[in-house]
Design a protein around this ligand. Structure first.
Ligand code: AMP
Length: 193
């Protein structure tokens, strides 16, 4: 099984590259942001809670988020068979520990963490472009700035967590989509051996 965490700041290209990796390796793509946005558009109770955090640029509390992810994994046993791309999860050390436990219970583990490293001014530009094109509610300059603060405070420390586990693969996430995809693929093929 190939379980990949795609890691990086908001706007680093996690969603774009996850879609390509899904096609390339036949994995299940789980984007926790997408799962939450679907709940919001369906008007569920979870959606209402999620919206109150997302619209502020803040993270959904860990215990809630871990339950959401466990639920997605439980509902898709056959689709997770080849492996999963985790996009947007984990975002805190507590979530990373919970993910390790969840996968261990299922007899597997995180194979690699792809860290997309992108210059800050490019991140902001990409998110503003995306906001203009898709109308994504949290892609406005005020929320973007808060999401970056939250990223540096709560999520960036995960880099060291995964470096110490020996599974962090740094990828230069600046530049064009195809070149970035090729360097991700080369790193993954390397660990697959
Ligand atoms: P994304 O689509 O990954 O950029 O996520 C959009 C928003 O959903 C984030 O800014 C958070 O508010 C929320 N979110 C998504 N994934 C998580 C997570 N793993 N933990 C906490 N909040 C999350």
């Amino acid at each position: 099984m190939l379980n990949i965490v795609i890691f990086g700041a908001p706007g680093s290209g996690k969603g774009t590259q996850s879609e390509r990796l899904t096609n390339e390796y036949g994995l299940l793509h789980i984007s926790t942001g997408e799962v939450l946005r679907e709940q919001i558009s369906q008007g569920t109770e979870l959606g209402a809670i999620a919206d109150s955090y997302i619209s502020q640029g803040h993270l959904i509390p860990d215990d809630l988020m871990v339950n959401v992810l466990a639920d997605v994994l439980d509902k898709n046993p056959e689709k997770t068979a080849r492996g999963v791309i985790f996009d947007g999860f984990p975002r805190t050390i507590a979530q990373a520990q919970a993910l390790n436990d969840m996968l261990a219970k299922r007899g597997t583990r995180v194979s690699a963490v792809i860290g997309l490293e992108v210059d800050e001014e490019d991140l902001i530009k990409r998110m503003l472009d995306r906001g203009r094109q898709s109308g994504r509610a949290d892609d406005n300059i005020e929320t973007i700035r808060e999401r970056l603060v939250v990223y540096h405070r709560q999520t960036a420390p995960l880099r060291d967590f995964y470096v110490s586990e020996g599974i962090y693969l740094a990828i230069d996430g600046n530049g064009d989509i195809e070149t970035i995809f090729r360097s991700i693929k080369a790193s993954i093929d390397d660990i697959k051996g």
